[in-house]
Design a protein around this ligand. Structure first.
Ligand code: BGC
Ligand code: BGC
Length: 599
Protein backbone atom coordinates (compact mmCIF):
# COMPACT_ATOMS: atom_id res chain seq x y z
CA UNK A 1 0.00 0.00 0.00
CA UNK A 2 2.70 2.45 1.05
CA UNK A 3 4.73 1.53 -2.01
CA UNK A 4 1.69 2.02 -4.23
CA UNK A 5 1.00 5.47 -2.74
CA UNK A 6 4.60 6.37 -3.24
CA UNK A 7 4.47 5.32 -6.86
CA UNK A 8 1.25 7.26 -7.49
CA UNK A 9 2.63 10.33 -5.71
CA UNK A 10 5.83 10.20 -7.69
CA UNK A 11 3.88 10.52 -10.91
CA UNK A 12 1.65 13.41 -9.85
CA UNK A 13 2.75 16.53 -11.71
CA UNK A 14 3.50 18.59 -8.57
CA UNK A 15 5.76 15.97 -7.11
CA UNK A 16 7.40 15.25 -10.39
CA UNK A 17 8.50 18.88 -10.68
CA UNK A 18 9.51 18.99 -7.00
CA UNK A 19 11.64 15.91 -7.56
CA UNK A 20 13.16 17.33 -10.69
CA UNK A 21 13.90 20.68 -9.09
CA UNK A 22 15.61 18.89 -6.20
CA UNK A 23 17.55 16.88 -8.73
CA UNK A 24 18.47 20.04 -10.60
CA UNK A 25 19.59 21.68 -7.35
CA UNK A 26 21.77 18.68 -6.52
CA UNK A 27 23.25 18.69 -9.98
CA UNK A 28 24.11 22.37 -9.73
CA UNK A 29 25.61 21.84 -6.32
CA UNK A 30 27.94 19.21 -7.63
CA UNK A 31 28.91 21.28 -10.67
CA UNK A 32 29.74 24.16 -8.31
CA UNK A 33 31.90 21.91 -6.11
CA UNK A 34 33.78 20.40 -9.04
CA UNK A 35 34.51 23.83 -10.47
CA UNK A 36 35.46 25.32 -7.11
CA UNK A 37 37.96 22.50 -6.51
CA UNK A 38 39.76 23.36 -9.71
CA UNK A 39 40.02 27.12 -9.00
CA UNK A 40 43.08 28.96 -7.78
CA UNK A 41 42.74 31.67 -5.15
CA UNK A 42 43.24 34.31 -7.87
CA UNK A 43 40.43 32.84 -9.91
CA UNK A 44 38.14 32.78 -6.89
CA UNK A 45 38.83 36.41 -6.13
CA UNK A 46 38.26 37.23 -9.80
CA UNK A 47 34.72 35.87 -9.48
CA UNK A 48 34.08 38.26 -6.59
CA UNK A 49 35.10 41.26 -8.66
CA UNK A 50 32.71 43.39 -10.71
CA UNK A 51 34.25 46.05 -12.96
CA UNK A 52 32.45 48.92 -14.65
CA UNK A 53 32.61 49.03 -18.45
CA UNK A 54 34.32 52.43 -18.34
CA UNK A 55 36.84 51.27 -15.74
CA UNK A 56 38.00 48.19 -17.62
CA UNK A 57 41.44 49.15 -18.84
CA UNK A 58 41.96 46.33 -21.27
CA UNK A 59 39.49 43.67 -22.40
CA UNK A 60 42.23 41.13 -21.91
CA UNK A 61 41.94 41.83 -18.15
CA UNK A 62 38.75 39.77 -18.27
CA UNK A 63 40.87 36.77 -19.27
CA UNK A 64 43.96 37.65 -17.30
CA UNK A 65 42.19 38.17 -13.96
CA UNK A 66 39.30 35.77 -14.69
CA UNK A 67 36.90 38.56 -13.72
CA UNK A 68 33.47 37.30 -12.69
CA UNK A 69 31.31 40.26 -13.50
CA UNK A 70 30.95 43.58 -15.28
CA UNK A 71 28.41 46.35 -15.06
CA UNK A 72 27.43 49.40 -16.98
CA UNK A 73 26.85 52.19 -14.49
CA UNK A 74 24.53 55.08 -15.24
CA UNK A 75 26.95 56.72 -17.64
CA UNK A 76 28.67 53.70 -19.21
CA UNK A 77 27.43 52.65 -22.61
CA UNK A 78 28.90 51.37 -25.86
CA UNK A 79 29.30 54.01 -28.60
CA UNK A 80 26.37 52.47 -30.47
CA UNK A 81 23.66 52.86 -27.82
CA UNK A 82 21.08 50.65 -29.52
CA UNK A 83 20.03 47.11 -28.73
CA UNK A 84 22.21 45.94 -31.61
CA UNK A 85 25.20 47.92 -30.33
CA UNK A 86 24.80 46.61 -26.79
CA UNK A 87 24.43 43.01 -27.95
CA UNK A 88 27.65 43.32 -29.95
CA UNK A 89 29.52 44.89 -27.01
CA UNK A 90 28.17 42.30 -24.55
CA UNK A 91 29.13 39.38 -26.77
CA UNK A 92 32.59 40.84 -27.17
CA UNK A 93 33.18 41.15 -23.41
CA UNK A 94 31.78 37.68 -22.91
CA UNK A 95 34.11 36.20 -25.47
CA UNK A 96 37.09 37.72 -23.61
CA UNK A 97 35.88 36.24 -20.31
CA UNK A 98 35.51 32.86 -21.99
CA UNK A 99 39.19 32.97 -22.90
CA UNK A 100 40.10 32.60 -19.22
CA UNK A 101 41.56 29.26 -18.10
CA UNK A 102 38.31 27.86 -16.68
CA UNK A 103 36.03 29.64 -19.17
CA UNK A 104 33.62 30.85 -16.52
CA UNK A 105 31.12 33.16 -18.18
CA UNK A 106 30.75 36.77 -17.17
CA UNK A 107 27.63 37.91 -15.33
CA UNK A 108 26.76 41.36 -16.67
CA UNK A 109 24.64 43.79 -14.63
CA UNK A 110 22.90 47.05 -15.43
CA UNK A 111 20.35 49.41 -13.90
CA UNK A 112 17.26 48.48 -15.89
CA UNK A 113 15.04 50.18 -13.33
CA UNK A 114 12.13 51.33 -15.55
CA UNK A 115 12.62 49.32 -18.70
CA UNK A 116 16.04 48.76 -20.21
CA UNK A 117 16.43 52.48 -19.72
CA UNK A 118 20.03 53.01 -20.87
CA UNK A 119 19.09 52.09 -24.41
CA UNK A 120 18.07 54.56 -27.06
CA UNK A 121 15.49 52.23 -28.58
CA UNK A 122 14.03 50.60 -25.47
CA UNK A 123 10.56 51.26 -24.08
CA UNK A 124 10.70 53.26 -20.84
CA UNK A 125 8.12 52.49 -18.15
CA UNK A 126 6.96 54.80 -15.35
CA UNK A 127 9.40 54.97 -12.46
CA UNK A 128 8.42 52.93 -9.39
CA UNK A 129 6.54 55.78 -7.71
CA UNK A 130 4.06 55.66 -10.61
CA UNK A 131 3.97 51.87 -10.57
CA UNK A 132 3.16 52.18 -6.85
CA UNK A 133 0.18 54.37 -7.74
CA UNK A 134 -1.21 51.57 -9.93
CA UNK A 135 -1.23 49.26 -6.88
CA UNK A 136 -1.17 46.51 -9.51
CA UNK A 137 1.14 43.54 -9.02
CA UNK A 138 -0.02 42.33 -12.45
CA UNK A 139 1.20 45.46 -14.21
CA UNK A 140 4.46 45.52 -12.24
CA UNK A 141 5.09 41.90 -13.18
CA UNK A 142 4.28 42.53 -16.85
CA UNK A 143 6.58 45.56 -16.97
CA UNK A 144 9.40 43.55 -15.40
CA UNK A 145 8.83 40.69 -17.86
CA UNK A 146 9.15 43.03 -20.81
CA UNK A 147 12.21 44.66 -19.29
CA UNK A 148 13.72 41.17 -18.99
CA UNK A 149 13.02 40.45 -22.66
CA UNK A 150 14.54 43.75 -23.78
CA UNK A 151 17.59 43.15 -21.57
CA UNK A 152 18.01 39.67 -23.01
CA UNK A 153 17.93 41.24 -26.43
CA UNK A 154 21.21 42.91 -25.47
CA UNK A 155 22.58 39.76 -23.85
CA UNK A 156 22.57 41.23 -20.35
CA UNK A 157 21.16 38.82 -17.79
CA UNK A 158 21.10 40.84 -14.58
CA UNK A 159 19.25 43.98 -13.56
CA UNK A 160 19.90 46.01 -10.42
CA UNK A 161 16.18 46.08 -9.72
CA UNK A 162 13.71 46.15 -8.10
CA UNK A 163 14.46 48.96 -5.69
CA UNK A 164 12.27 48.00 -2.73
CA UNK A 165 13.09 51.03 -0.62
CA UNK A 166 10.32 52.28 1.62
CA UNK A 167 10.79 56.01 1.14
CA UNK A 168 9.68 57.97 4.18
CA UNK A 169 10.77 61.46 3.20
CA UNK A 170 10.40 62.90 -0.30
CA UNK A 171 13.34 65.20 0.20
CA UNK A 172 15.25 62.07 -0.79
CA UNK A 173 16.09 62.33 -4.50
CA UNK A 174 15.55 58.61 -4.94
CA UNK A 175 11.95 58.69 -3.72
CA UNK A 176 10.76 57.95 -7.25
CA UNK A 177 12.66 54.65 -7.20
CA UNK A 178 10.42 53.57 -4.32
CA UNK A 179 6.97 52.04 -4.86
CA UNK A 180 5.68 53.93 -1.83
CA UNK A 181 5.85 55.01 1.75
CA UNK A 182 4.84 51.78 3.49
CA UNK A 183 5.71 48.09 3.40
CA UNK A 184 2.04 47.37 2.60
CA UNK A 185 2.55 49.03 -0.79
CA UNK A 186 6.16 47.97 -1.42
CA UNK A 187 6.00 44.28 -0.46
CA UNK A 188 3.51 42.94 -3.05
CA UNK A 189 4.92 45.10 -5.86
CA UNK A 190 8.54 44.21 -5.10
CA UNK A 191 7.62 40.52 -5.15
CA UNK A 192 5.77 40.99 -8.45
CA UNK A 193 8.83 42.62 -9.98
CA UNK A 194 11.05 39.72 -8.92
CA UNK A 195 8.57 37.29 -10.52
CA UNK A 196 8.53 39.32 -13.70
CA UNK A 197 12.31 39.52 -13.99
CA UNK A 198 13.18 35.98 -12.99
CA UNK A 199 10.14 34.28 -14.53
CA UNK A 200 9.22 30.72 -13.59
CA UNK A 201 12.79 29.64 -13.82
CA UNK A 202 16.03 31.54 -13.89
CA UNK A 203 17.38 29.23 -16.58
CA UNK A 204 14.65 30.34 -18.95
CA UNK A 205 16.27 32.23 -21.82
CA UNK A 206 13.75 35.03 -21.27
CA UNK A 207 14.52 35.53 -17.57
CA UNK A 208 17.02 37.85 -15.94
CA UNK A 209 18.51 37.77 -12.49
CA UNK A 210 16.80 40.34 -10.22
CA UNK A 211 18.57 42.33 -7.51
CA UNK A 212 16.58 43.66 -4.57
CA UNK A 213 18.10 46.92 -3.35
CA UNK A 214 19.33 48.71 -1.28
CA UNK A 215 19.70 46.65 1.87
CA UNK A 216 18.74 48.11 4.34
CA UNK A 217 16.89 51.26 5.33
CA UNK A 218 17.89 53.36 2.29
CA UNK A 219 14.55 55.18 2.31
CA UNK A 220 14.59 55.94 6.01
CA UNK A 221 17.61 58.23 6.39
CA UNK A 222 17.37 61.32 8.55
CA UNK A 223 16.04 64.26 6.48
CA UNK A 224 15.92 61.96 3.45
CA UNK A 225 19.63 62.47 2.81
CA UNK A 226 20.94 60.15 0.11
CA UNK A 227 23.46 57.62 1.48
CA UNK A 228 22.69 59.05 4.93
CA UNK A 229 22.02 57.59 8.34
CA UNK A 230 18.86 55.68 9.21
CA UNK A 231 18.21 56.27 12.88
CA UNK A 232 15.74 53.88 14.46
CA UNK A 233 15.63 50.87 16.74
CA UNK A 234 15.84 47.35 15.37
CA UNK A 235 12.12 46.67 15.76
CA UNK A 236 11.33 49.69 13.56
CA UNK A 237 13.98 48.73 11.02
CA UNK A 238 12.47 45.26 10.78
CA UNK A 239 8.86 46.45 10.67
CA UNK A 240 9.33 49.06 7.92
CA UNK A 241 12.38 48.18 5.87
CA UNK A 242 12.84 44.40 6.13
CA UNK A 243 9.49 42.95 4.89
CA UNK A 244 10.29 43.71 1.24
CA UNK A 245 13.37 41.48 1.49
CA UNK A 246 11.50 38.70 3.24
CA UNK A 247 9.04 38.50 0.36
CA UNK A 248 11.64 39.01 -2.38
CA UNK A 249 13.58 36.07 -0.96
CA UNK A 250 10.41 33.97 -0.85
CA UNK A 251 9.90 34.88 -4.48
CA UNK A 252 13.38 33.51 -5.20
CA UNK A 253 15.45 36.67 -5.66
CA UNK A 254 19.07 35.56 -6.10
CA UNK A 255 20.97 38.80 -5.61
CA UNK A 256 20.67 41.68 -3.15
CA UNK A 257 22.55 44.99 -3.28
CA UNK A 258 23.89 46.32 -0.01
CA UNK A 259 23.15 49.98 0.58
CA UNK A 260 25.39 53.00 0.94
CA UNK A 261 23.50 54.18 4.00
CA UNK A 262 24.30 53.61 7.65
CA UNK A 263 22.07 52.30 10.37
CA UNK A 264 22.58 54.22 13.61
CA UNK A 265 25.97 55.39 12.41
CA UNK A 266 27.30 52.10 11.07
CA UNK A 267 27.73 51.61 7.31
CA UNK A 268 25.58 48.80 5.93
CA UNK A 269 28.55 47.40 3.96
CA UNK A 270 30.20 46.72 7.32
CA UNK A 271 27.19 45.31 9.14
CA UNK A 272 27.88 41.62 9.64
CA UNK A 273 24.85 41.17 11.85
CA UNK A 274 22.38 42.31 9.17
CA UNK A 275 24.19 40.87 6.14
CA UNK A 276 25.21 37.51 7.50
CA UNK A 277 23.16 36.72 10.60
CA UNK A 278 19.84 38.19 9.47
CA UNK A 279 19.90 37.95 5.67
CA UNK A 280 21.84 34.75 5.06
CA UNK A 281 21.05 33.09 8.39
CA UNK A 282 17.62 33.99 9.66
CA UNK A 283 16.04 34.70 6.25
CA UNK A 284 17.87 31.86 4.52
CA UNK A 285 19.05 33.96 1.58
CA UNK A 286 20.92 31.59 -0.78
CA UNK A 287 21.93 34.07 -3.48
CA UNK A 288 24.83 36.52 -3.33
CA UNK A 289 25.33 40.03 -2.00
CA UNK A 290 26.74 42.72 -4.28
CA UNK A 291 28.10 45.98 -2.90
CA UNK A 292 26.94 49.31 -4.25
CA UNK A 293 29.18 51.45 -6.48
CA UNK A 294 32.45 52.06 -4.55
CA UNK A 295 30.35 51.79 -1.40
CA UNK A 296 32.91 49.83 0.59
CA UNK A 297 35.34 52.73 0.09
CA UNK A 298 33.25 54.68 2.60
CA UNK A 299 33.92 52.29 5.48
CA UNK A 300 37.33 53.70 6.41
CA UNK A 301 40.19 55.73 4.93
CA UNK A 302 42.09 52.51 4.18
CA UNK A 303 40.99 50.37 1.21
CA UNK A 304 42.48 47.14 2.52
CA UNK A 305 40.53 47.56 5.74
CA UNK A 306 37.38 48.26 3.71
CA UNK A 307 37.83 45.01 1.81
CA UNK A 308 38.53 43.02 4.95
CA UNK A 309 35.56 44.42 6.86
CA UNK A 310 33.03 44.17 4.03
CA UNK A 311 33.92 40.66 2.86
CA UNK A 312 33.96 39.42 6.43
CA UNK A 313 30.61 41.13 7.00
CA UNK A 314 29.18 38.99 4.18
CA UNK A 315 29.57 40.84 0.87
CA UNK A 316 30.17 38.33 -1.92
CA UNK A 317 30.86 40.57 -4.91
CA UNK A 318 32.25 44.09 -4.99
CA UNK A 319 31.21 46.72 -7.55
CA UNK A 320 34.31 48.61 -8.64
CA UNK A 321 34.06 51.73 -10.79
CA UNK A 322 37.78 52.46 -11.05
CA UNK A 323 40.58 51.11 -13.16
CA UNK A 324 44.35 51.27 -12.78
CA UNK A 325 45.51 54.88 -12.40
CA UNK A 326 42.80 55.65 -9.86
CA UNK A 327 42.74 54.78 -6.18
CA UNK A 328 40.77 51.74 -5.04
CA UNK A 329 40.79 50.20 -8.50
CA UNK A 330 40.06 46.61 -9.44
CA UNK A 331 43.68 45.48 -9.62
CA UNK A 332 44.19 46.86 -6.13
CA UNK A 333 41.09 45.01 -4.98
CA UNK A 334 42.34 41.72 -6.43
CA UNK A 335 45.79 42.02 -4.90
CA UNK A 336 44.60 43.31 -1.53
CA UNK A 337 42.00 40.60 -1.08
CA UNK A 338 44.59 37.99 -1.99
CA UNK A 339 46.96 39.40 0.61
CA UNK A 340 44.18 39.46 3.21
CA UNK A 341 43.42 35.81 2.46
CA UNK A 342 47.12 34.92 2.71
CA UNK A 343 47.36 36.65 6.07
CA UNK A 344 44.27 34.88 7.31
CA UNK A 345 42.46 38.17 7.80
CA UNK A 346 39.75 37.01 5.41
CA UNK A 347 39.17 33.28 5.93
CA UNK A 348 39.41 31.07 2.84
CA UNK A 349 36.11 29.55 3.88
CA UNK A 350 34.48 32.99 3.51
CA UNK A 351 35.91 33.33 0.00
CA UNK A 352 34.73 29.84 -0.93
CA UNK A 353 31.26 30.66 0.39
CA UNK A 354 31.12 33.84 -1.73
CA UNK A 355 32.31 32.04 -4.86
CA UNK A 356 29.90 29.14 -4.33
CA UNK A 357 27.01 31.59 -4.16
CA UNK A 358 28.08 33.37 -7.34
CA UNK A 359 28.75 30.18 -9.30
CA UNK A 360 25.48 28.64 -8.19
CA UNK A 361 23.58 31.59 -9.66
CA UNK A 362 25.59 31.41 -12.90
CA UNK A 363 24.76 27.71 -13.27
CA UNK A 364 21.11 28.31 -12.38
CA UNK A 365 20.89 30.98 -15.05
CA UNK A 366 22.21 28.61 -17.66
CA UNK A 367 25.01 31.09 -18.43
CA UNK A 368 27.49 28.30 -19.13
CA UNK A 369 25.17 26.89 -21.80
CA UNK A 370 24.00 30.23 -23.23
CA UNK A 371 26.60 32.91 -22.63
CA UNK A 372 25.73 35.08 -25.65
CA UNK A 373 22.92 37.44 -26.67
CA UNK A 374 19.82 36.01 -28.32
CA UNK A 375 19.51 38.00 -31.56
CA UNK A 376 15.89 36.95 -32.01
CA UNK A 377 15.13 39.15 -28.99
CA UNK A 378 17.33 42.04 -30.13
CA UNK A 379 14.87 42.97 -32.85
CA UNK A 380 11.96 43.01 -30.36
CA UNK A 381 13.43 45.80 -28.27
CA UNK A 382 11.01 48.74 -28.20
CA UNK A 383 8.32 46.81 -30.11
CA UNK A 384 4.75 48.06 -30.40
CA UNK A 385 3.57 45.28 -28.06
CA UNK A 386 6.05 46.32 -25.40
CA UNK A 387 5.01 49.96 -25.74
CA UNK A 388 1.38 49.02 -25.40
CA UNK A 389 2.04 47.53 -21.95
CA UNK A 390 3.94 50.65 -20.89
CA UNK A 391 0.99 52.74 -22.04
CA UNK A 392 -1.32 50.65 -19.82
CA UNK A 393 1.04 51.26 -16.92
CA UNK A 394 1.04 55.02 -17.56
CA UNK A 395 -2.72 55.38 -17.56
CA UNK A 396 -3.07 53.24 -14.43
CA UNK A 397 -0.41 55.31 -12.65
CA UNK A 398 -2.09 58.71 -12.97
CA UNK A 399 -3.64 60.07 -9.79
CA UNK A 400 -6.46 62.58 -10.17
CA UNK A 401 -6.23 64.96 -7.22
CA UNK A 402 -8.92 67.46 -8.19
CA UNK A 403 -11.70 67.62 -10.77
CA UNK A 404 -13.88 70.62 -10.06
CA UNK A 405 -17.10 70.81 -12.10
CA UNK A 406 -16.05 67.61 -13.85
CA UNK A 407 -13.84 69.47 -16.30
CA UNK A 408 -12.24 66.11 -17.04
CA UNK A 409 -12.54 64.14 -19.19
CA UNK A 410 -12.05 66.65 -21.99
CA UNK A 411 -14.08 66.30 -25.15
CA UNK A 412 -12.12 65.16 -28.18
CA UNK A 413 -14.19 67.66 -30.11
CA UNK A 414 -12.79 70.59 -28.15
CA UNK A 415 -12.48 73.56 -30.50
CA UNK A 416 -9.23 74.99 -29.28
CA UNK A 417 -7.02 73.44 -26.65
CA UNK A 418 -3.96 75.36 -25.46
CA UNK A 419 -1.10 73.28 -24.11
CA UNK A 420 1.41 75.09 -21.94
CA UNK A 421 4.84 74.26 -20.54
CA UNK A 422 8.15 72.91 -21.66
CA UNK A 423 7.42 69.58 -19.99
CA UNK A 424 4.40 69.05 -22.26
CA UNK A 425 6.68 68.26 -25.17
CA UNK A 426 9.82 66.71 -23.74
CA UNK A 427 10.50 62.98 -23.65
CA UNK A 428 13.59 63.37 -21.48
CA UNK A 429 11.68 65.26 -18.80
CA UNK A 430 8.84 62.76 -18.70
CA UNK A 431 11.30 59.86 -18.39
CA UNK A 432 13.30 61.45 -15.53
CA UNK A 433 16.59 60.16 -14.12
CA UNK A 434 18.14 56.80 -15.01
CA UNK A 435 17.21 57.32 -18.66
CA UNK A 436 20.02 57.08 -21.23
CA UNK A 437 22.22 58.86 -18.67
CA UNK A 438 22.61 58.42 -14.97
CA UNK A 439 20.88 61.72 -14.11
CA UNK A 440 18.64 61.78 -17.20
CA UNK A 441 18.25 65.01 -19.16
CA UNK A 442 15.67 67.10 -20.97
CA UNK A 443 15.28 66.74 -24.71
CA UNK A 444 14.55 64.12 -27.31
CA UNK A 445 16.10 61.33 -25.32
CA UNK A 446 14.69 58.16 -26.83
CA UNK A 447 13.59 56.62 -30.09
CA UNK A 448 9.85 56.09 -30.36
CA UNK A 449 7.32 56.96 -27.68
CA UNK A 450 5.27 60.14 -27.51
CA UNK A 451 5.30 63.34 -25.52
CA UNK A 452 2.11 64.54 -23.86
CA UNK A 453 1.67 67.10 -26.64
CA UNK A 454 2.15 64.46 -29.40
CA UNK A 455 -0.40 62.28 -27.65
CA UNK A 456 -2.97 65.07 -27.29
CA UNK A 457 -2.60 65.94 -30.97
CA UNK A 458 -3.10 62.30 -31.92
CA UNK A 459 -6.20 61.95 -29.75
CA UNK A 460 -8.35 65.00 -30.50
CA UNK A 461 -10.97 64.85 -33.24
CA UNK A 462 -10.12 66.03 -36.74
CA UNK A 463 -10.57 69.79 -36.89
CA UNK A 464 -9.77 70.42 -33.23
CA UNK A 465 -7.12 73.08 -32.83
CA UNK A 466 -4.21 72.40 -30.47
CA UNK A 467 -1.74 75.20 -29.83
CA UNK A 468 1.27 75.01 -27.63
CA UNK A 469 3.60 77.42 -25.89
CA UNK A 470 6.33 76.98 -23.33
CA UNK A 471 5.37 79.90 -21.11
CA UNK A 472 1.64 80.24 -21.75
CA UNK A 473 1.92 83.59 -23.45
CA UNK A 474 -0.58 82.87 -26.25
CA UNK A 475 -3.80 81.58 -24.81
CA UNK A 476 -6.24 83.74 -26.73
CA UNK A 477 -9.34 81.92 -27.87
CA UNK A 478 -8.63 78.69 -25.97
CA UNK A 479 -11.61 76.69 -24.67
CA UNK A 480 -9.43 74.93 -22.11
CA UNK A 481 -5.79 75.04 -21.06
CA UNK A 482 -3.60 72.09 -20.18
CA UNK A 483 -0.54 73.21 -18.19
CA UNK A 484 2.30 70.75 -17.68
CA UNK A 485 4.70 71.61 -14.85
CA UNK A 486 7.11 69.92 -12.48
CA UNK A 487 10.65 68.75 -11.94
CA UNK A 488 13.55 68.39 -14.33
CA UNK A 489 15.41 65.05 -14.40
CA UNK A 490 17.70 64.07 -11.55
CA UNK A 491 18.92 60.91 -9.85
CA UNK A 492 20.71 59.83 -6.70
CA UNK A 493 22.99 62.31 -4.92
CA UNK A 494 21.87 65.25 -7.06
CA UNK A 495 18.12 64.93 -6.45
CA UNK A 496 17.94 65.71 -2.74
CA UNK A 497 15.93 68.89 -2.03
CA UNK A 498 15.19 70.88 1.08
CA UNK A 499 12.42 72.79 -0.69
CA UNK A 500 9.86 71.00 -2.85
CA UNK A 501 7.74 74.01 -3.77
CA UNK A 502 6.70 74.35 -7.38
CA UNK A 503 8.95 76.87 -9.11
CA UNK A 504 7.85 80.50 -9.44
CA UNK A 505 7.71 80.08 -13.23
CA UNK A 506 5.42 77.07 -12.94
CA UNK A 507 3.14 78.92 -10.51
CA UNK A 508 3.02 81.87 -12.91
CA UNK A 509 2.09 79.66 -15.88
CA UNK A 510 -0.81 78.15 -14.00
CA UNK A 511 -1.93 81.54 -12.75
CA UNK A 512 -1.80 83.06 -16.22
CA UNK A 513 -3.98 80.23 -17.50
CA UNK A 514 -6.44 80.88 -14.66
CA UNK A 515 -6.94 84.48 -15.76
CA UNK A 516 -8.26 83.36 -19.17
CA UNK A 517 -11.42 82.16 -17.46
CA UNK A 518 -11.62 78.71 -19.12
CA UNK A 519 -11.00 75.31 -17.48
CA UNK A 520 -7.38 74.83 -16.39
CA UNK A 521 -6.05 71.28 -16.21
CA UNK A 522 -2.66 70.94 -14.56
CA UNK A 523 -0.45 67.90 -15.05
CA UNK A 524 2.48 67.49 -12.69
CA UNK A 525 5.56 65.59 -13.88
CA UNK A 526 7.60 64.83 -10.78
CA UNK A 527 9.33 62.09 -8.90
CA UNK A 528 7.46 62.89 -5.71
CA UNK A 529 4.68 65.01 -4.25
CA UNK A 530 5.50 68.72 -4.38
CA UNK A 531 4.27 71.65 -2.34
CA UNK A 532 1.43 72.97 -4.48
CA UNK A 533 0.25 76.10 -2.68
CA UNK A 534 -1.95 78.26 -4.95
CA UNK A 535 -1.34 75.99 -7.96
CA UNK A 536 -4.08 73.67 -6.77
CA UNK A 537 -6.62 76.48 -6.32
CA UNK A 538 -5.72 77.93 -9.70
CA UNK A 539 -6.42 74.58 -11.40
CA UNK A 540 -9.85 73.10 -12.04
CA UNK A 541 -8.36 69.65 -12.48
CA UNK A 542 -5.01 68.40 -11.21
CA UNK A 543 -3.32 65.20 -12.31
CA UNK A 544 -0.18 63.74 -10.71
CA UNK A 545 1.59 61.94 -13.55
CA UNK A 546 4.90 61.09 -11.77
CA UNK A 547 7.64 60.13 -14.25
CA UNK A 548 5.63 58.28 -16.88
CA UNK A 549 8.38 57.28 -19.33
CA UNK A 550 8.19 57.18 -23.09
CA UNK A 551 4.50 56.37 -23.55
CA UNK A 552 2.81 59.76 -23.14
CA UNK A 553 -0.23 58.36 -24.95
CA UNK A 554 -1.36 56.86 -21.63
CA UNK A 555 -1.90 60.40 -20.35
CA UNK A 556 -4.07 61.39 -23.31
CA UNK A 557 -6.06 58.18 -22.80
CA UNK A 558 -7.12 59.49 -19.39
CA UNK A 559 -7.45 63.18 -20.31
CA UNK A 560 -9.99 62.40 -23.01
CA UNK A 561 -11.88 59.72 -21.14
CA UNK A 562 -10.83 56.60 -23.04
CA UNK A 563 -9.69 55.31 -19.69
CA UNK A 564 -10.91 56.41 -16.29
CA UNK A 565 -8.39 57.32 -13.64
CA UNK A 566 -7.72 54.54 -11.13
CA UNK A 567 -4.35 55.57 -9.60
CA UNK A 568 -4.07 55.93 -5.83
CA UNK A 569 -1.42 58.00 -4.09
CA UNK A 570 1.49 55.77 -3.05
CA UNK A 571 2.51 58.40 -0.51
CA UNK A 572 1.01 61.01 1.74
CA UNK A 573 0.87 64.36 -0.09
CA UNK A 574 2.24 67.02 2.27
CA UNK A 575 0.82 70.52 2.53
CA UNK A 576 4.15 72.12 3.44
CA UNK A 577 7.78 71.24 4.15
CA UNK A 578 7.11 70.54 7.84
CA UNK A 579 4.76 67.80 6.74
CA UNK A 580 7.43 66.41 4.40
CA UNK A 581 9.53 65.83 7.49
CA UNK A 582 6.61 64.10 9.23
CA UNK A 583 6.21 61.76 6.24
CA UNK A 584 3.43 59.19 6.57
CA UNK A 585 2.75 60.56 10.06
CA UNK A 586 1.69 64.01 8.78
CA UNK A 587 -1.37 65.10 10.76
CA UNK A 588 -3.09 67.33 8.22
CA UNK A 589 -1.78 66.37 4.76
CA UNK A 590 -3.09 67.91 1.57
CA UNK A 591 -4.09 64.38 0.46
CA UNK A 592 -3.72 61.12 2.36
CA UNK A 593 -1.87 58.12 0.99
CA UNK A 594 -4.37 56.11 -1.08
CA UNK A 595 -6.26 59.19 -2.31
CA UNK A 596 -7.31 59.33 -5.96
CA UNK A 597 -10.48 60.53 -7.74
CA UNK A 598 -12.08 59.00 -10.79
CA UNK A 599 -14.80 59.62 -13.34
C1 BGC B 1 23.32 53.15 -7.06
C2 BGC B 1 22.71 51.82 -7.38
C3 BGC B 1 23.11 51.37 -8.75
C4 BGC B 1 24.62 51.41 -8.89
C5 BGC B 1 25.10 51.02 -10.26
C6 BGC B 1 24.79 53.18 -7.35
O1 BGC B 1 25.32 54.46 -7.18
O2 BGC B 1 23.09 53.44 -5.70
O3 BGC B 1 21.32 51.88 -7.26
O4 BGC B 1 22.62 50.09 -8.98
O5 BGC B 1 25.09 52.71 -8.63
O6 BGC B 1 24.82 51.97 -11.20
C1 BGC C 1 27.52 56.09 -12.34
C2 BGC C 1 26.35 55.54 -11.61
C3 BGC C 1 26.69 55.51 -10.20
C4 BGC C 1 27.13 56.87 -9.72
C5 BGC C 1 27.49 56.88 -8.28
C6 BGC C 1 27.87 57.45 -11.81
O1 BGC C 1 28.94 57.99 -12.50
O2 BGC C 1 27.24 56.16 -13.69
O3 BGC C 1 26.03 54.27 -12.06
O4 BGC C 1 25.60 55.06 -9.50
O5 BGC C 1 28.18 57.37 -10.48
O6 BGC C 1 28.49 57.75 -7.94
Amino acid sequence: MIVLLWIVAAFLPGNASAASSEQKEAEIKSRVEVLLQSMTLDEKIGQMTQVDMDALQDKDDLRKYALGSMLSGGNSAPPDNTAKGWAAAYDDYQSWALKSRLRIPLLYGIDAVHGDNHLYDAVVFPHNVGMGATRSPQLVEKAARITALELRGTGIGWTFAPCIAVSLNERWGRSYESFGESPEIVVPLGAAAVRGFQGQDLSDAHSVLACAKHFLGDGGTTDGIDQGNTECDEATLRRIHLPGYVSAIKEGVESIMVSYNSWNGKKMSANKYLLTDVLKGELGFKGFLISDWAAIDQISPDYTTDIEVSINAGLDMVMIPYGPGHTNNYVEFLTSLKRLAGDGRVPLARIDDAVRRILRVKFEMGLFEHPFADRALTTQVGSAEHREVARQCVRASLVLLKNQNQVLPLSKKVKHLAVVGRSADDLGIQCGGWTIDWQGKPGKSNAGGSTILDAIRKTVAAGAKVTSSRDGSSLTGADAVVVVVGELPYAEMKGDRSDLSLSAEDMAKIHRARTVGVPVITILISGRPMILGAALDDSDAFLAAWLPGTEGQGIADVLFGDYRPTGKLPRTWPRNMEEVAAGPAAKNPLFPCGFGLSY
